[in-house]
Design a protein around this ligand. Sequence first.
Ligand code: SAM
Length: 315
Amino acid sequence: MPLSTAQVVTDRPQHHLEQIVKELRHSAAAAHLTPDGRATADLGTGRCVLTFEGDHLALTATAADAEALAAVQQTVGEAVQRAAADVPAVAWSDRFPGDTVEPTHPVTADYVLDHCTPADGLLQDLVAETRAATGGASRMQVSHDEGALLTMLTRLVGARRAVEVGVFTGYSSICIARGLADGGRLLACDVSEEWTALARRYWERAGVADRIDLEIAPALDTLKALPAEADIDIAFVDADKGSYPAYYEELVPRLRPGGLIVLDNVFLGGRVLDPAFTEPAHRAMRDLNALVASDPRVDAVMLPVRDGVTLARKR
Ligand SMILES: C[S@@+](CC[C@H](N)C(=O)[O-])C[C@H]1O[C@@H](n2cnc3c(N)ncnc32)[C@H](O)[C@@H]1O
């Protein structure tokens, strides 16, 4: 559970932040302060991000385990005391795990749902039938607001050539297919005959079946077999999380300039925030998120939509 936060109330937050960064540098931490007032202190085994807002500093410490977290808290706490002797000692929160962090408050999530173009009857039927047919797996389906986002993005890029990795029962495919320009096609990749049988039925009902090419095979094989030509307008990735870096590397070179790759679940339920989560999929997503942010081939933005959605547009 190696996350912890603290607020330090002060009448001179910016001044104190600058002083704390100086003190941290004396404590062998690699401390960096950006001109817009975001400080990071890297202690090797953990890090702390410090920002200021209004009358306080906001501190977030992360580390791989409780012991390393305690070391970060101590180093930062002592730097605060030395830099701002007149403020009370830092009161850190209890440790908490990344997978308890809600990117969006449930109340906000409901409000967002209520203020998007609503899902039509067909999509609502698909949600209900997916629940009945797949039980707990139905959680994998994209939400209405994310579906609306996919249709909008597909329209905005004027997509004629789209790729989807992870079809399940077809909700996101319908949203993408509905946004395609005339004559546009969606290559939909999945490994499940069973789940995509339901998708096929709903594609027929939605009148989009004739523009979707379903490939039942490991998606990486399907992507590798695509021509090298850079002609994809939009790609949506929502399948096995550990393979995201490989999907990204196959898709980015095939995007046309201005084309978009959309990556779902980039928060992994908050696990990417917490270095204590070390399964291969957690590491893969954390590494990919870092790579995308510094990838010179794309401009990227990470949106706190549901479980996190990254949009990367090819330069
Ligand atoms: C999160 S669900 C996709 C949800 C879908 N986008 C929707 O809106 O309903 C993930 C899907 O990825 C598929 N999948 C898992 N591993 C895969 C692989 N290696 N290649 C292709 N598809 C895979 C699963 O069968 C599953 O249908």
